[in-house]
Each structure stands twice: as structure tokens, then as C-alpha cells.
Design a protein around this ligand. Structure first.
Ligand code: NDP
Length: 494
């Protein structure tokens, strides 16, 4: 279907990328239908918000138990729509369950009204701050981690007392439908969590539908369009976009661990991971040994359709030519392929490709590849590695392998999250905020910051007693402000 024709269609199918078999059919929701869903969600939110933290936690815990019990059912839907290996789908759901528990358990502690000091000059006031639900949150998600990524917003937004209207990627509507229908089993009263499906236009309609916040995860280009659409109604946005994460290998690193991590970080999920390793910078003195280890590990990996394959297919067909162009561009600029090469691209699969000595102006270094490819460049020292790692527009995640200087080097990386002596592990720690800077977007999901992203801050002062001085009143005496200044000087004497 061409763009214009598909946007006007009433329904669309989701396909298994391994076989092109149709695995589901879903409606293309119009702007009117999206708006109606948001209106229903607004009513539902009044009820959900009114339940309070304890009852919401009870419901979210029940949903978590259901997800646990039927984990393989959802994993099956994820495999069918993305083609990813079964254990990768299961692993993704481990994260979903853990984050859901954290959000439900910690929402009250993080968001409830708490006292803050009023300071000496305002000591007649009791001051509090509280984080109240925003209302209806729109969530637009990608296809690569069709459960974990949107749930990073959905779990936290629901725990904070919001209703959610979710628009999954057109490639993975079945995963979205499964999540929404199972939530309704534990919360049957109101459509607190609802689904709209369709193409980009349905997502664009959600941006303009009057939601109180829009949480977007996807590419930087679409992120900019989402932000522009939301600007029309001053709808706040959270934008989680792509990355070009670097892994740095210091001279004293555990080379086997670093090589295993680089290959897993770069190739798992067929490289379709926003915080996947795309670039490696290795200190010259250990580079040869490191490259040999990576070559041995990556050379053994095979993509395939079977549930036990190392890698699945490239889920989004149009991505295959991008991966191919990055490989070709690097080779034409003088890079060397130590694993795979141009011939590794066999749609819908891409076999692992490891490129060494890749010029820094190559597309494989500057643009997100989103395929099972790794670049490895040698550097004189870690300072050069940091400079090159930070030399891209993206700033999502990163990894450092170093025995002595891991924490020190982590601070030098221009990235929202860093793993020291591992990869991607920060995504599995629910208490840690997740998000990037630069072209990787802004705002945070996960952790206390992730809960507060879906809340409006309210500051309240309550007068406990009438202050002897009343400077903020037209009834103040002529000497009131002078007295106040005397007190001020006493208080700020040092
Ligand atoms: P896209 O940007 O193509 O799409 C993301 C979502 O936006 C989809 O649901 C898509 O719908 C929707 N969309 C498309 N056009 C519009 C529009 N004009 N207005 C509103 N919504 C729209 O990304 P992908 O799905 O290809 O996902 C891959 C990208 O996501 C990669 O760049 C990856 O790095 C990033 N990502 C970032 C993560 C992070 O947390 N930082 C995590 C996971 C992925 P449809 O599919 O129907 O077109």
C-alpha cells in the first residue's frame, strides 16, 4: 500500500517478518476516534485517580501476576510480530514485570505530599509539595521492544494515577492489544488503559487530541514531528529517541568480558536496540586481542526464523537498506570487515558484521544503524576514546570496560546512562532513570524521575499562625519592610 492509500484504509494487518504471514488485523483509528478514546480515558482517570495509591497498587500487582502467569502467551505475540527469538521476548518481559512492580510499589513514596522547610523568614507557614496525576497520558511506542519500551511509560503513568491511551507501532499492534485487554481483566470498571491503532497519522492525531502529556519513543526524525504537533496545543512531551552508543575498552579491561558484552550489546535483538552498542573504541595496546575475541564470538552467531536462533530478522523491512548502506559506506571509505561484509545482508536477515578502523565520518559512526553491526576503532588512550564517543549528535547510553577508572570515565561520557563493566544493565534497574540528551531526546522514564514525569507538581503553603510582620499586605506599617530587612541581615550575617 502507498502512504496515502494506507492512511485512508479502515484496517491494516500485522505480519510476521520471518514469513510475511498475516498475524492480526487492526482498525486504522481516525482523528475523531482518537479524540473519543481520550475523552473516555478522561472520565476513567477521575475514577482511577480517586482510587488512591494503595488500591491502584493492588490492581497493578494483579496485572503483574497475570503477566507472569501468561508470560509465554505474550512472548508468542511478540515473536510473531517482531520475529525475535523466544528467549529474547521472555527476557524483555522480565524487565516489564520488574518495572511494573517498582512503579506500583514506589509511587506513593515518591509522589505523596511531603513537607519541606519554609525557612526562617516564612516560619509561620507549613510548606508541602505533592505530585498529582496529569490526567490522560498518550503513549506512542516503537516496535523493537514492543512491550518493555512503552511499558516504561505506561507502568509509571498508571502508577502515578493517570489514564493512558496507547498507540503502538503499526508493526506491533498485537502486543499493544494484548497489554490493554489483560489490563481490562484486572480493571474492568473503566477504560483506564486504552488502545488506538493505525499508522503515523493516528499517532499524530494522538498528539493533537488534548492529552495532558505525550510520551514518545521512536526515531529522532519522528520525535521532532511529534514535538512540533504537540507544540500547537502546548502539550508537554517526553521524547525517547535513538542512540549511537559507544563501548570503551581500557588497557586494563577484562577483554573476554568486554568482547562478550560488545557482541551482545551490538547484536542482540539483531542490533535493533536503542541502547545497543554501535561503536567500540579500544585502546591500541589491547586492540588486536580484543578484535580477535570479538571476531570469534560474533562469527558464530546465526540469524534465523526458529525460536532458538541467535538473532531474528530485521523487523522493519525499510531498515535493511539503511544497514546495507552503512556497511557499504564504511567499506568504501577504507574500513575492514573482520566478520561478515556486504554479503551479510540477506533480507529479512542480516548476519553479524564487524567493521574495524572505520573512518569517523562514515555513516556507520555518525548515524544510528539499528542492525547487527559493530564498528571497532583503535585509540591511543581512553581520553581519545571519550572524545570520539562524545562526537555524535546522540547521547543515550554507553559502556566502559576498565578495572581502575570505570566510574571516573563514566562521568566523562555525554550519555544519559552508562554501564561500567557490563552493557545495557541500567535498563534493568527500575530505580534508575532512563533517557538521553541531544538527538536522543529528553525527559526520563523509570525510577522516581519516571514517576514524576507523569505528574504535575503542586506546591502549597498553609499559614500556621499570623506573622508579627505583614510585609505582603497593603495594611503594612511604614516600618515593616525596614524591620524585615534588619531580620534578613541577621539571618544572612555569614
Ligand atoms: P518511528 O519513529 O518510525 O515510530 C515510532 C512511533 O511513532 C510508531 O508508533 C509510529 O507509528 C509513530 N509515528 C510515526 N509517524 C508519526 C507522526 N507523524 N506522529 C506521531 N507518531 C508517529 O520509530 P520506530 O518504530 O522505527 O522505532 C525505532 C526507533 O526507536 C529507533 O530510532 C530507536 O533507537 C528508537 N527507540 C528508542 C528508545 C529509547 O528509549 N530511547 C527505545 C526503543 C527504540 P507507525 O509505526 O504506525 O508508523
Amino acid at each position: 500500500m502507498t502512504g496515502a492509500v494506507r492512511e485512508q484504509a479502515e484496517s491494516f494487518t500485522s505480519l510476521d517478518p520471518r514469513t510475511s504471514e498475516v498475524v492480526g488485523e487492526y482498525p486504522v483509528h481516525s482523528a475523531l476516534q482518537v479524540r473519543a478514546a481520550v475523552e473516555r480515558a478522561r472520565e476513567a482517570q477521575l475514577w482511577w485517580g480517586g482510587l488512591g495509591f494503595a488500591e491502584r497498587k493492588r490492581r497493578l500487582d494483579a496485572w503483574r501476576q497475570l503477566l507472569l502467569k501468561r508470560l509465554d502467551e505474550l512472548a508468542g505475540v511478540m515473536c510473531a510480530e517482531t520475529g525475535k527469538p523466544l528467549d529474547d521476548a521472555r527476557l524483555e518481559l522480565v524487565l516489564v514485570v520488574d518495572h511494573l512492580q517498582w512503579a506500583a510499589k514506589n509511587a506513593e513514596k515518591v509522589l505523596k505530599r511531603r513537607k519541606v522547610s519554609s525557612g526562617v523568614l516564612m516560619s509561620n507557614q507549613a510548606s508541602t509539595v505533592e505530585y498529582l496525576p496529569l490526567g490522560v497520558v498518550g503513549v506512542i511506542g516503537p516496535w523493537n521492544y514492543p512491550a518493555h519500551t512503552p511499558m516504561g511509560s505506561i507502568s509509571y503513568a498508571l502508577a502515578a494515577g493517570n489514564a493512558v491511551v496507547f498507540k503502538p507501532s503499526e508493526l506491533t499492534p498485537g502486543v499493544g492489544a494484548w497489554l490493554v485487554s489483560t489490563f481490562a481483566e484486572v480493571v474492568p470498571e473503566w477504560p483506564v488503559f486504552s488502545l488506538v491503532t493505525g499508522f503515523g497519522a493516528t499517532g499524530a492525531a494522538l498528539c493533537k487530541s488534548g492529552v495532558d502529556k505525550l510520551a514518545f519513543t521512536g526515531s529522532t526524525a519522528t520525535g521532532k514531528r511529534v514535538m512540533a504537533a504537540c507544540a500547537e496545543t502546548l502539550t508537554p512531551v517526553l521524547v525517547e529517541c535513538g542512540g549511537k552508543d559507544a563501548l570503551i575498552v581500557d588497557a586494563d579491561a577484562d577483554l573476554e568480558a568486554a568482547a562478550q558484552a560488545a557482541v551482545w550489546g551490538g547484536m542482540a535483538n539483531a542490533g535493533q536496540t536503542c541502547v545497543g552498542v554501535e561503536r567500540v573504541y579500544v585502546v591500541d595496546s589491547v586492540a588486536q586481542e580484543f578484535i580477535e575475541r570479538v571476531t570469534r564470538i560474533a562469527g558464530r552467531l546465526k540469524p534465523g526464523a526458529e525460536p532458538t536462533a541467535d538473532l531474528g530478522p530485521i523487523t522493519m523491512p525499510s531498515q535493511v537498506s539503511i544497514i546495507q548502506s552503512h556497511i557499504e559506506d564504511a567499506l568504501s571509505k577504507g574500513a575492514m570487515a573482520v566478520v561478515g561484509g556486504k554479503e551479510s545482508v540477506r533480507e529479512p536477515y542480516v548476519e553479524p558484521v564487524v567493521l574495524v578502523d572505520v573512518p569517523e565520518d562514515s555513516l556507520a559512526i555518525t548515524e544510528e544503524t539499528f542492525g547487527p553491526t559493530l564498528t571497532i576503532n583503535r585509540v591511543a588512550d581512553v581520553d581519545e576514546a571519550i572524545r570520539l564517543a562524545n562526537g555524535v549528535r546522540y547521547g543515550l547510553g554507553g559502556a566502559i570496560f576498565s578495572r581502575a577508572r570505570g566510574m571516573e570515565l563514566a562521568r566523562e561520557l555525554r550519555a544519559g546512562m552508562v554501564a561500567v563493566n557490563s552493557v545495557v544493565s541500567f535498563a534493568a534497574v527500575p530505580a534508575l532513570p532512563f533517557g538521553g540528551i541531544g538527538d536522543s531526546g529528553f525527559g526520563r522514564i523509570h525510577g522516581a524521575d519516571g514517576l514524576r514525569e507523569f505528574a504535575r507538581t503542586q506546591a502549597v503553603t498553609r499559614q500556621k499562625f499570623k506573622a508579627p510582620l505583614q510585609p505582603m499586605s497593603f495594611a503594612r506599617g511604614s516600618r515593616t519592610v525596614r524591620r524585615l530587612l534588619r531580620i534578613l541581615r541577621l539571618v544572612h550575617r555569614r
